[in-house]
Design a protein around this ligand. Structure first.
Ligand code: AHR
Length: 497
């Protein structure tokens, strides 16, 4: 099969905001307890954080981590996770039917974030609580004033403010499963009043309002229009969440689902801009795709109620999941003019690229690798990709799926063009012609491939079946290049100029 990909230095999509390589840690299952925090583990530091897990997170180069939920945040009292640990209450978490010990809260999490070389993206509870608690939390985290909550932080041992810059106004408030679920009108009003108080407290922060929980919500579209109508001038981003599954066991359609993700993004951009036009506003509201991933392997698991740190949502990912994750990352990169933040949900143990054994090893799933390369090497300016290739039609005839998914990032500092590409064909290799217009002569420097003949191949603590390999480069200096992409493979090819 033949395909071509052309970019031109003068046609950028936009500068990548590093926050698109964010992730997410919720108080859920063993994400916190047994994941990032296990004081008895041999690698634990003096605060109880697993250093082996931090090492893996460092490899992923995650610039921001959303916390503490997710559904959990909608019933959370942030004060429970601050101050002396022996005085912290154990509470019921109604979102996941577990017991929360509160041994980790914002006091500890911001310390962990520093150690993991990342920033916190903080979500506030707009389910069972409201503007007052959100404003108090912001004062606790960010203010240097001689006032009650800033002083409470000092009393708890933190003289300097935490300086958290990105804040989510609740979580999935359109969903009936959410504690304190609201109609769009109710949420629009609550989010506006909370946004006002938060920006008056600290004008330097950025605020994210809840969009739809996924593109298939019956309220999609109306929800965004109504909520944005209320909040437009007070907020910076609207959230999108989407998880994909391969219950149908149709690999071709499954790895094409990033086309659906692209449609979701473009739809929300259109809605933001419609509200902008209606309001004669000068500002843009951008997008925070703050929950995205593959999630289905653990569906239907049995739940024991009121357990502490149970094994929950511990999906074991396979190679085709990594292909889709790779394609979704390219979709985020190709929409970087409007997607300013995105969080792979989640980071450790819960639908995650990093897994831990209780008191044992930490290991990585196949999905770890496309993320690691995208985050480390996909920094700079995305160029507009012109792709010519064959496509196939999704089984419900909803959209066409091109065999080639690709993104091209121009890193001017390093003088390199980084091409990410997936050949979606399940049977044929692809001869790809690349053309870099308006660049001086370029030469291939590196080709990394993720491939396994078996789309269902998995990794485990014992054995890594899916891991990247270096491909031999045969290339001449020039504007045009030929590269072979193996059938159903993920690739990163780097050209120097
Ligand atoms: O990431 C798991 C859950 O998925 C989150 O708690 C919720 O926001 C979403 O439905």
């Amino acid at each position: 099969m033949k395909a071509s990909l052309t970019v031109n230095k003068k046609f950028p999509v936009g500068e990548i905001d590093k926050r698109i390589y964010g992730s997410f840690i919720e108080h859920l299952g063993r994400a916190v307890y047994g994941g990032i925090y296990e004081p008895e583990h041999e690698s634990a530091d003096e605060l109880g954080f697993r250093k082996d897990v931090i090492e893996l997170i460092n490899k992923m180069n995650v610039p921001i981590v959303r916390y503490p939920g997710g559904n959990f945040v909608s019933g959370y009292n942030w004060e429970d996770g601050t101050g002396p640990r022996d005085k912290r209450p154990k509470k019921l978490d109604l979102a996941w039917e577990t017991i929360e010990s509160n041994q980790v809260g914002i006091d500890e999490f911001q310390e962990w974030a520093k150690r993991a070389g990342t920033e916190v993206m903080m979500a506030v509870n707009l389910g069972t609580r409201g503007p007052d608690d959100a404003k108090n939390l912001l004062e606790y985290c960010n203010l240097d004033t001689d006032t009650y909550y800033a002083n409470l932080r000092r009393k708890n041992g933190f003289e300097k403010p935490f300086g958290i810059k990105t804040w989510c106004l609740g979580n999935e408030m359109d969903g009936t499963w959410q504690m304190g679920h609201k109609t769009a009108e109710e949420y629009g009003r609550a989010a506006t009043e909370t946004a006002k108080l938060l920006k008056w407290t600290d004008p330097s922060i950025e605020l994210v309002i809840c969009g739809s929980s996924n593109l298939n919500m019956p309220t999609f579209g109306e929800w965004e229009l109504t909520v944005l109508d209320h909040t437009y001038e007070h907020v910076d981003m609207v959230s999108l969440h989407q998880y994909y599954n391969n219950h149908a066991n149709n690999s071709a359609d499954f790895i094409g689902l990033s086309v659906h993700m692209d449609q979701f993004i473009k739809g929300v951009v259109a809605i933001c801009d419609a509200v902008k036009a209606k309001k004669h506003s000068k500002k843009n509201v951008n997008l925070s795709f703050d929950e995205w991933n593959v999630w289905y392997h653990s569906n239907g698991e049995k739940i024991e109620r009121w357990a502490e740190k149970p094994h929950r949502l511990e999906d074991i990912y396979n190679f085709e999941d990594a292909l889709l994750v790779g394609c979704m990352l390219m979709t985020l990169q190709n929409n970087c003019d409007r997607v300013k933040c995105a969080c792979l949900a989640q980071l450790v143990n819960v639908i995650a690229p990093i897994m831990t054994e209780d008191m044992g090893k930490a290991w990585v799933q196949p999905t770890f690798y496309p993320f690691m390369f995208a985050s480390n090497r996909g920094r700079g300016t995305t160029l507009k990709s012109i792709v010519e290739c064959d496509s196939y039609t999704e089984k419900n005839n909803r959209y066409d799926i091109p065999y080639l998914e690709a993104s091209v990032i121009n890193n001017e500092e390093k003088r390199e063009l980084v091409v990410f590409a997936v050949n979606r064909s399940l049977s044929e290799d692809m001869e790809l012609n690349l053309c870099f217009e308006n660049f001086e002569d370029t030469i291939a420097n590196e080709h990394v491939m993720l491939y396994n003949d078996d789309l269902k191949a998995e990794n485990s603590a014992e054995k890594e079946n899916v891991s990247p390999v270096n491909v031999e480069i045969k290339d001449e200096k020039g504007v045009n290049h030929e590269v072979t992409l193996k059938k159903h493979s993920w690739n990163m090819i780097v050209y120097k100029y």
